[in-house]
Design a protein around this ligand. Structure first.
Ligand code: ADP
Length: 493
């Protein structure tokens, strides 16, 4: 892999990048386009048709037609499952190309996209393909006096689904959302993030190649305040699934009120990562570094608050700082790169703003602490100490490679501190004591608790947030709560 774009990706980006509506690639109603940037250089990478309200409306109409009267509702669950499996195969066949697109558009290292983003997307589609034939109701004994009754439940697709996804794992977030919706028999209008539409447009081509009927998956790139807001507010959308910031999650809830569409939300986090006195430092130190630096800290689960027992504090902080200093920051396509640029100028400004506010409030950087000179949106992996609970860098989600390290005396003391956040997405505990680990796991207010590991995801494991980290659980069996309605059928015999 050179740092140059491959001919395959070059030819994809040379085509008009349009909207997928009703099985056709079309320009936007306004004729407008927007630019996506290569975060490693700041240069324009591609121009993409810019969807807005009118395009969302067309896409919702196409999804409604496909849901009510197209071939989709007549397909058997097994045929739906086979199509999802075929899509997974196609993704796998285009692994290199998709990883390259993801690296160019998002900034993440090609090697990471190749071993994480794309294979996890493939796995998710395969896992959900298996579910298509297993979404079932139950028979229910009813106790109405007198006559005999037969009562049962059906699980039906919720209908036309709007899906708004973020830029941190573009293809994977699309897979997390599309897989279960399609397995359940829904039809979809997806709005990718304006920073990273490219891998999803390529996914749209593969969806067509896999044979999904027209209108089952519609893709409308565009901005959040326009296309995204129109989708969230649309009166003929039955359900909206959103992954992004807590701030926008609240806007989605408000926008959904018009027709009371169902809402699921995967939002922000400020996850505590707790190293107890008996932790195995051989794994806890690299694990804690990975918890914050994976994907440049642009993970809603990032282990951004590191709590370390005072007896190990200096050693763990030195270890994580050392790991930070060894991270080679560079363009995603460079094979020597460990960490790429942040996704956008806006994100660079945001993370730099946090670094400045930390410094102003008295935090001390033992690694990093600064943005790097351009071109490109690069920032140093940073470890901050001498932080106080009320500082902005400790309370707010930074969404960058910045961790705050805080010592504690005993697990009883760290628990309320760890739980003292408006977020509740993830948490981790490093210890050799299984009792302590599970007692803490039970008390941490988070949708996922990792013990002696971090950022381990599996298509079978439900994922979602407590508190302001979200509503609902994606993946696993649990996700079908989001994409099906339960119908009770009661018969007097
Ligand atoms: P970030 O701040 O990390 O960019 P956002 O929550 O702003 O995350 O974005 C996540 C997704 O939500 C993107 O696809 C974005 O376009 C979309 N979005 C942003 N604002 C709105 C909005 N008001 N309504 C619907 N979608 C939105």
């Amino acid at each position: 892999m050179s740092t140059q774009m491959s001919p395959k990706v070059h030819s994809f980006l040379s085509k008009p990048l349009q909207l997928l509506i009703g099985g056709e690639w079309v320009g936007s109603a306004s004729g407008k386009q927007f630019e996506t940037f290569n975060p490693a250089t700041g240069a324009v990478l591609a121009r993409v048709a810019e969807g807005d309200k009118a395009d969302i409306d067309q896409a919702v109409k196409a999804a409604r037609r496909a849901f009510e009267s197209g071939p989709w509702p007549r397909l058997s669950p097994s045929e739906r499952g086979r199509m999802l499996w075929k899509l997974a195969d196609l993704l796998e066949q285009h692994l290199d190309e998709l990883a390259e697109l993801e690296s160019l558009d998002n900034g993440k290292p090609y090697a990471v996209a190749r071993v994480a983003d794309v294979p996890l997307s493939v796995d998710n589609f395969r896992y959900m393909a298996g579910w298509a034939t297993k979404i079932e109701g139950s028979t229910i004994p009813v106790s109405v006096p007198g006559d005999a009754y037969l009562a049962y439940t059906l699980r039906e697709p919720v209908g036309v689904v709007g899906q708004v996804i973020p830029w941190n794992f573009p293809l994977l977030m699309a897979a997390w959302k599309l897989g279960p919706a399609l397995a359940a028999g829904c039809t979809v209008v997806m709005k990718p993030a304006e920073q990273t539409p490219l891998s999803i447009l390529r996914l749209g081509e593969l969806i067509q190649e896999a044979g999904f009927p027209p209108g089952v998956v519609n893709i409308v790139p565009g901005f959040g305040e326009t296309a995204g807001a129109a989708l969230a507010a649309h009166p003929d959308v039955d359900k909206i699934a959103f992954t992004g910031s807590t701030e926008v999650g609240k806007l989605i809830v408000r926008a959904s009120a018009g027709n009371l569409k169902k809402v699921s939300l995967e939002l922000g986090g400020k996850s505590p990562n707790i190293v107890l006195a008996d932790a195995d430092l051989e794994t806890a130190i690299p694990g804690s570094a990975n918890a914050i630096f994976f994907n440049h800290g642009q993970c809603c689960t990032a282990g951004s608050r590191l709590y370390v027992h005072e007896s190990l504090f200096d050693k763990v902080v030195a270890g994580v700082a050392d790991a930070a200093k060894k991270i080679r920051v560079g363009p995603g396509l460079d094979p020597a790169t460990h960490m790429g640029p942040l996704v956008s100028q806006e994100q660079l400004d945001r993370v730099s703003g946090f670094l400045e506010s930390g410094e102003r409030e008295g935090a001390r950087a033992v690694a990093g602490g600064k943005k790097l000179g351009g071109p490109g949106y690069f920032v140093q992996p940073t470890v901050l100490v001498d932080v106080k609970p009320e500082m902005k860098v400790v309370r707010e989600e930074i969404f960058g490679p910045v961790v705050t390290a805080i010592p504690f005396r005993d697990p009883q003391e760290v628990l309320p501190t760890a739980n003292n956040s408006v977020y509740g997405l993830a948490a981790a505990v490093w210890t050799r004591d299984i009792s302590k680990a599970h007692l803490l796991a039970g008390k941490l207010k988070a949708g996922t608790v990792w013990i002696n590991c971090y950022n381990v995801f599996d298509a079978a494991l439900p994922f979602g947030g407590y508190k302001q980290s979200g509503w609902g659980r994606e993946m696993g069996r649990a996700v079908f709560e989001l994409y099906t309605e339960t119908k009770s059928v009661c018969t007097r015999l």
